[in-house]
Design a protein around this ligand. Sequence first.
Ligand code: HEM
Length: 486
Amino acid sequence: MTTTSEFTRTLTRALDLDSRLEDDPGALREFPLMPYGEAVDMGQAADGTPLIDPRLFDGPEFFRNPYPYYRIMRDHYPVYHDKLHNCYYVTRYDDITECYFDDEGFNTIPKGSSSGVLGNTQLELSGIEHRRRRNLYGQHLVGQSLKLRVPAIERLAREMIENWDDQAREGVSWIEDRDGVRTIEIGKAFANDFPISVVCDILGFPKDARGKFFYWYKSMMSGLGGSAAQKQGLEARQDLEDYIEGIVEARRKEPTYLYDEEGNPVGKDIISKLCESQIDGDYLSTEEITSNIALIVGGGGETTRGAILNMLYLLLQHPEQFDAVMADASLWDAAFHETLRHSTPIGGQPRHNTYDIEMHGVKIPAGSLVHMVDFSANHDERIFSEPETFDIFRPDLYKGKLLRSGYRKEGRCSHMAFGVGPHLCPGAWISHQEATIGCRILSEHMKNPRINVERMPKDIDGESLRPMGLVSVDALWIDYDIEDRP
Ligand code: HEM
């Protein structure tokens, strides 16, 4: 166990280091890892305001323990100018929502990093161009269309779980049965692939293309990181485009359908629908269809995976809340929303301001990079009381049907994980279904599930579970009881 005095010593060492670096402010500085929820003391201004050293944002302490620093920013620098990285951070809930709704004052052009690999997608469009693109497939992921997809989501979840026994017999590395207990890593066994299978299904990809689809998805996602991986991402996109070209030609002549459990057609798949869509009288080009598909794939995989793993991780750490959800399945909705408030898989979105503006006394020249920190909005104590506490019953979070038009209803605010305003995630409703149905079916299948603490990464005390910080759970090891097999 690390003691407070050890922390103080580490802190002092860090401060010594800081004074040695005084002549070289750009040099890396090591920040000590603090007890969770406490911030490193980075000095004070003459009036006692705590200072923020932007080198912190690149270090492990911030990735692991960001919330106390966001609190300092919300309280003292609601718009923080980071001169080291040449950008601005907006951290209060109300300010962020205002910027998100102002699509002309804060546009999304260019995000740069995604367009290389995903192509020309709506994520980087603003104004009227964005509105035209957005409706092309968004309508297929909501309302009645979404209801029709639910049986397929349930079927895919059950199919994955049914494979576990065979996988255990084959001796895969993520499942182990011993003395009536199964130890399983839920990421590899379920959450990594489940959202991609769902997307593949609703897009209407042939089943035998699923293996390739996973390869494209993984390569494109890692390609967003740049360098060599970007090259692989671009190649994967080209591959996907070549493949889709054939499908698009075939579907233009003969659309294909999704089917319910009884085998009745319940509507065309999304690729078939995109083939029929027109903008200003022109059919979408293959390039446009590919980019839309790449965005749906890229937008819906990692995010929903993170939501599933984070939700189970948080619920199992709060067994009384897990038991409540098991006793009343309607609480899965609340669990999903509170998970996305407490630990969203996406921390925020970049924007560029179109005009010179001033917010909270900070002048932001036109064209600056302004980060909307959704992580911080979700933990803004002006909106959510005791924001660090995970509580699916919290009365101050709106947990009803997400509305495109607003984020405040019945006097409560929704979480910011799906953004708000014109770019509000069009996959919000389907990922909600995927995560709640997936977690419900998983939890009903596993008898007496509990986190296998032994196998999980530990925090700095070497004992407690590592907090999520800025990232989703990487791997979630669970034990559950099974019948002994001969
Ligand atoms: C828990 C899961 C998810 C989270 C947390 C999430 C989060 C987000 C956020 C924050 C944005 C807004 C980007 C911005 O404001 O610039 C967004 C956009 C988007 N998301 Fe999601 N997403 C999730 C699941 C999905 C799924 C399942 C799909 C597709 C099936 C999807 C497709 C998209 C697309 C296409 C956009 C671009 C929308 C636009 O720019 O108009 N997302 N998502």
